[in-house]
Design a protein around this ligand. Structure first.
Ligand code: GRF
Length: 209
């Protein structure tokens, strides 16, 4: 992997296809960043293997080894601060972050969510979109604040919800878009092209355009 000055830390819990999309975007030059560390709260998260395969540092941090959720999150924060990460990317990280953790990385934590926020925050949202009968859904990259899935929106992508969809087919269609917009959002942040005003994210022109 090439050496970039913009460092990200990635938090994962599961299969890690978004992490993979970030790794791939770095490898093919679409994203000028380095992954300083991948941290997981799940020992057997396939995401860890994806990172290890590329020689990226990983760490499994067992929540049971900590007295409280807060202690756990402070330990996570230490790992990230020690590596001087510029951005924390949640990529299928299934724990809600403690407010103190969030306060330690102001406007420096982002998440990818498989719905068009503010519709369907929380869990099982592809099923909720189908059950509600929406005709379009999609995904959202947003800054993380103390409101779950409620932070300022950076990028969104829209997909149709088809009458034949089940949770599997809709999730797959959304996931393809997740893998496109997540690395793109990180690149915009790395280029310092985003600013937040009254919770609205605006884009500055690309330096190269
Ligand atoms: C994705 O659908 C993402 O939007 C949500 O969790 C899932 C993680 O998938 N936050 P993966 O681990 O990146 O494959």
């Amino acid at each position: 992997m090439t050496s970039n000055s913009f460092k990200i830390g990635v938090l994962v819990s599961g299969r890690g296809t978004n992490l993979q999309a970030i790794i791939d975007a770095i490898e093919n030059g679409e994203l000028n960043a380095d992954i300083a560390v991948v941290l997981s709260n799940k020992k057997n998260a396939p995401a860890l293997k994806r990172a290890q395969k590329k020689g990226i540092e990983t760490s499994y941090m067992d929540p049971k080894q900590f007295a409280s959720k807060k202690e756990y999150d402070l330990a996570l924060a230490r790992e990230l601060k020690n590596r001087r990460v510029d951005l924390v990317c949640l990529a299928g990280y299934m724990r809600i972050l403690n407010p103190e953790f969030i306060g330690m990385f102001p406007d420096k934590i982002i998440n990818i969510h498989p719905s068009l926020l503010p519709a369907f925050p929380g869990l099982d949202v592809q099923q909720k979109a189908i059950d509600y009968g929406v005709k379009f859904s999609g995904c959202t990259v947003h800054f993380v604040n103390e409101e779950v899935d409620g932070g300022p929106i950076i990028l969104q992508a829209v997909v149709p919800v088809l009458p034949s969809d089940d949770v599997g087919t809709l999730s797959e269609r959304i996931l393809i878009q997740e893998h496109l917009i997540y690395p793109r959002a990180i690149q915009m942040i790395a280029e310092r092209r985003l600013y937040i005003e009254n919770r609205k994210v605006s884009y500055k022109e690309s330096v190269s355009s």
